[in-house]
Every structure is written in structure tokens, then in C-alpha cells.
Design a protein around this ligand. Structure first.
Ligand SMILES: Cc1ncc(COP(=O)(O)O)c(C=O)c1O
Length: 455
């Protein structure tokens, strides 16, 4: 029975990152940490909803797997370079995300002076080991540049990436190692690969620069959520042609940084495995370096979404059901939170989510539903991967029974972009670790929210 339910709700499938989930004999959703399991219904009732639950063990497992995979292909292909994983902080800056990643060997990538200030705090309190490496992307304000120089002076292994000619003019006299960002001339299928990209320097601009003092890293970032394997491989090939040119003038260059892009199968369709991408990368770099007689570069990646999205789920309770006059077969399910505020890629990017009921997973009768959020905005809705979300029928539940829903993979990008439309409070944030669940961010009170708006 549970096996069929697991299949129906697409749980327990490693390539979909749902192998952390289970269904208990009461047909409720469970999350497994080793041999312990968290009862998501119990947690939702105890702490209330909307709620976000963070699972640090998932972060640790994912970063560990990634580093091990790269290192095992490096060994298999006898690749002389090293692999460095840099977690891009912009993807989720919450401490409960960054700490488990860092303790499992992640280096960091910052996108702003404020993100770097968090690194500064950790560095100055001695919380980071001397092995920590930091790459600084994003527009370099004076404050950002000063912070980079200060941290360099305090012996942090920090490399600013030159993103344009203005930054080049500031950083050409920088005393430490620098990187440079290439605007790779390839179009790929990703929402973020724009026709005209404002980041990075074109190949011909790079040629005009000639020798670049202390150049260590060639960086590019083609986009996020890259749907096809070839769209990871082709930009790498293009970037390596430029690497070769730069290497001739700049022998100090020794690292290729591929940026982010590894996707999350939000729609539960299999694209390509992380294993195949990593093998492709290592094999290609080995052959390329041998063919051109250069030292194989160290490999660096900044995959963010892939590492952190599965480590958080968002829970809502269904408050009411409403007829949809124009679509007789569907129903609105009104939930107690907001997509626009707290899963706002639903609205911004028409993001698809894997939604499963937290309880009544075995309901025989199901309703094709559209989910409506709590703001008064007609855009505050989620209408599913196809044209609806199939959920247990409310009228089939026993008197007094409630229905809770889990949105999986909500750990990437949603928090820093979250908002307060209609002055709704942000969800309570819970941490589930070592068999215990604790509140790490209380649900905002009306006063907390009012304060944000000067009241
Ligand atoms: C420079 C850079 N690196 C890494 C990332 C992370 O991308 P992803 O989360 O798709 O891996 C981004 C995202 O925009 C980025 O701009």
C-alpha cells in the first residue's frame, strides 16, 4: 500500500531528491534522517502553519556527495587538478543553511558587500579555518572593494572577480589574486541566459586587456536551472578556448570557475544526472589540457539551487474550498499562506513545485485543485505542473479533519526575495536536526511586520 502511495506521490526517488521522504502507516508524510523520522503532520499541528522546515542533514549529505563525486572522477581520470566547491550565498543566506555547508567543506561565493560582511564576522571570530576560500562576484562598490582588501590583509584566501572594465580599473592594482568573468558567447535554454548579458567581459574585450596582474581564475555563469547537459558542456568548451588564450599571457591562471546552473527537477522529470555532468567535465578538461599541453586547471563550481533547494519544505493548511464557476471540475483550495510572499517564484517565474499532501495521502477521492494564497491579489495562486494539483477531496474527509500540504524543494532563492504583500507575516521557521525540532524564527507578530513599514 505505502509503496503504491510513494509511487503515486513521486516520493522515494533519488534523481528527484525525494528519497528523504516516506509515508507512515497512517498515510502521513515523514522525513527520514538516518534511522530517525520526522512526522510532518505532528510538527505542523504543534507549531502551526504556514511553516518552513529546514533539514540541515540534507544540506550536509548533498554537499558531501558533490565533493566526493568530483574527487572520485578526479581519481578515476587521474586528473592532476583539484576541485573546489563554492556555495553562492545569494541562494540562501540563512545561518542554518550556511553553517552545515561550511562544516561539510563548502567554500563561499559572495555577491555583495553585505554577504561578505557575514564572512568577515565568521573570519574575525576565528570560526573559519585557514583553508576557507572566498570568491567575490557581484558589482564591486567602494565598500565591497574595501572589505575585500581588509580581509585579504587579514590573510583570508579571497579572490575578487572582475566583472567589467570599471572593476578592472579598480582591481588592476589589487595585491592579491584576481579572477575575471567571461561573458560566454553561447545561448542555452535557461530563463537567466539573456540575449544581452550585462555581466562579464566579451572575448574580444579580454583580448584587449593583455596581461592581467595576478590572474588566477577564469569565471563564467551561463544561467540557473540549466535544462540540458549540452548547455553545461558547450559553454565550458567555449570558456576553455578563452582560458587557453589567457593562460599563454598569464601563467598564474590555474582555475576554471563554471558558476552555477545545475538544475532541480521541480517538475519530477528526469533530465541528466549529476554524475554524468561531473564525469563529462573532468574527462573533457583532461583531454583538452593534454591536447593543448597545458596544466589541467583546478575546477570550481558555484552550484547553489542544486545543493540547497531540497533542504527545506514549506507547509500550508487548507482553510477552505471554493467553486470555480468557469472550471466546474476544479476547486480553489485556499491555503493559510501566500505564494506571492513566500514562494514568490511561483509568481515571478511561474515556478512549478512538487506538492504533496502531508496527511490523507491515501484518500481515494481526489480533487483537481487550484491553490489560492492569503493575499488579496489575483496573482497569489498556484495552478500546478499541468493544469491543476490533484489533492485529497475535502468533502471526503471525516468531520473535523484538516488537510495540510507540503511544497518540496523550497530552500533556494525564496527567502531573500520574500515579501509582505497585504502585510502578512512570514511563516514560522523550524529546524529539524538530530531528531529534534526547534523554532529558529518565530512567526512575525503584527507589530514586527508593522515596524518594517515604519509603524
Ligand atoms: C555568479 C553566480 N554563481 C552562482 C549562482 C547560482 O546559480 P544556481 O543556483 O543556479 O546554481 C548564481 C545565480 O544566479 C550566480 O549569479
Amino acid at each position: 500500500m505505502a509503496k503504491n502511495l510513494m509511487k503515486f506521490w513521486k516520493l522515494g526517488v533519488k534523481p528527484f531528491n525525494t528519497h528523504y521522504f516516506n509515508i507512515n502507516d497512517k498515510s502521513n508524510l515523514m522525513v527520514r534522517e538516518g534511522n530517525f523520522q520526522y512526522d510532518i503532520l505532528g510538527i505542523s499541528k504543534k507549531f502551526g502553519t504556514p511553516a518552513e522546515i529546514v533539514f540541515p542533514f540534507i544540506l550536509q549529505e548533498r554537499v558531501d556527495d558533490l565533493i566526493n563525486l568530483f574527487n572520485s572522477y578526479i581519481k578515476i581520470y587521474r586528473y592532476p587538478g583539484k576541485f573546489y566547491y563554492h556555495y553562492p550565498m545569494k541562494v540562501n543566506q540563512n545561518k542554518e543553511f550556511i553553517m552545515p555547508l561550511v562544516t561539510n567543506g563548502a567554500n563561499l561565493e559572495t555577491g555583495s558587500a553585505n554577504e561578505l560582511k557575514l564572512v568577515q564576522k565568521m573570519w574575525e571570530t576565528g570560526s573559519l579555518s585557514k583553508k576557507m576560500k572566498v570568491i567575490c562576484n557581484g558589482p564591486k562598490t567602494n565598500e565591497y572593494l574595501k572589505l575585500i582588501a581588509d580581509l585579504k590583509a587579514k590573510d583570508l584566501d579571497i579572490v575578487p572577480i572582475i566583472e567589467d572594465l570599471n572593476e578592472y580599473s579598480y582591481l588592476r592594482n589589487y595585491r592579491g589574486n584576481v579572477g575575471i568573468r567571461l561573458d560566454v558567447d553561447v545561448k542555452v535554454s535557461s530563463h537567466w541566459d539573456k540575449e544581452i548579458d550585462r555581466f562579464g567581459l566579451a572575448r574580444k574585450e579580454l583580448r584587449r586587456l593583455g596581461k592581467i596582474k595576478n590572474l588566477k581564475i577564469l569565471h563564467y555563469h551561463i544561467g540557473s536551472q540549466i535544462e540540458m547537459l549540452k548547455d553545461i558542456v558547450v559553454p565550458l568548451r567555449r570558456a576553455m578556448e578563452v582560458y587557453l588564450e589567457l593562460k599563454k599571457l598569464n601563467p598564474s591562471l590555474d582555475t576554471i570557475d563554471m558558476g552555477g546552473g545545475m538544475p532541480i527537477p521541480y517538475d519530477r522529470k528526469f533530465r541528466y544526472s549529476v554524475d554524468s555532468v561531473i564525469e563529462n567535465i573532468v574527462k573533457y578538461l583532461k583531454n583538452f589540457s593534454e591536447k593543448h599541453g597545458i596544466e589541467p586547471p583546478n575546477i570550481c563550481c558555484e552550484w547553489g539551487r542544486y545543493i540547497v533547494a531540497p533542504a527545506q519544505i514549506t507547509i500550508f493548511k487548507v482553510l477552505a474550498e471554493k467553486e470555480i464557476i468557469e472550471r466546474q471540475k476544479r476547486k480553489w483550495y485556499v491555503v493559510d499562506g501566500s505564494f506571492m510572499n513566500d514562494l514568490l517564484d511561483t509568481w515571478a517565474l511561474h515556478q512549478k513545485w512538487h506538492v504533496v499532501p502531508v496527511n490523507h495521502m491515501d484518500a481515494k477521492q481526489r480533487t483537481p485543485s487550484w491553490l489560492a494564497g492569503m493575499t488579496c491579489d489575483s496573482d497569489d495562486k498556484y495552478t500546478g505542473q499541468g493544469s491543476y494539483v490533484l489533492l485529497p477531496r475535502l468533502s471526503s474527509l471525516a468531520e473535523g479533519e484538516e488537510l495540510y500540504l507540503a511544497f518540496l524543494d523550497s530552500g533556494a532563492y525564496q527567502d531573500a526575495l520574500a515579501s509582505h504583500h497585504c502585510l502578512l507575516s512570514s511563516p514560522i521557521k523550524l529546524l529539524a536536526q538530530n531528531g529534534e525540532v526547534k523554532v529558529i524564527r518565530k512567526r512575525e507578530s503584527l507589530d514586527d511586520v508593522a515596524k518594517l513599514f515604519g509603524w
